[in-house]
Design a binder for this molecule. Structure first.
Ligand SMILES: [Ca+2]
Length: 126
């Protein structure tokens, strides 16, 4: 094979490989989608399991999870015990010994992009 034809083929291969899927693979990254699960109603003092396993990333990347409080009763006393345990895990636990409506958010990340927050409402009744 003529040397210049050989080099031309190599260059053509490089152009093809960078302009097609290999190139796309590195530049395309869609946001993951958070799913905080169905709203729940529990009794005061009952633990609520928060399950974010319905969340996903379009590229199938491993997800990081973050649960945080968004809204709750305004008259909540200082000595009330309200917490989210394992708030950086796929499965977390919410607890409140005070009744009311609590709104939590889940945001997931693929390590590069964050999802939009997904909301879950937890009604803690007496
Ligand atoms: Ca992604």
């Amino acid at each position: 094979m003529n040397k210049s034809v050989y080099y031309l083929l190599i260059i053509l291969l490089i152009i093809l490989s960078t302009s097609c899927d290999i190139y796309d693979y590195f530049i395309t990254n869609d946001r993951p989608v958070a799913y905080a699960g169905e709203d729940q109603t529990v009794s005061v003092g009952e633990e609520v399991t928060l399950d974010g396993s319905g969340s996903y990333d379009p590229e199938g990347k491993n997800l990081g999870y973050k649960w945080f409080p968004f809204d709750g009763p305004e008259d909540i006393p200082e000595n009330a015990e309200v917490y989210i345990k394992s708030y950086l895990s796929k499965i977390a636990t919410f607890f409140s010994d005070y009744p009311g409506t609590f709104v939590l958010l889940l945001v997931v990340t693929d390590g590069n992009k964050d999802s939009k927050p997904d909301k879950i409402t937890i009604t803690v009744s007496l």
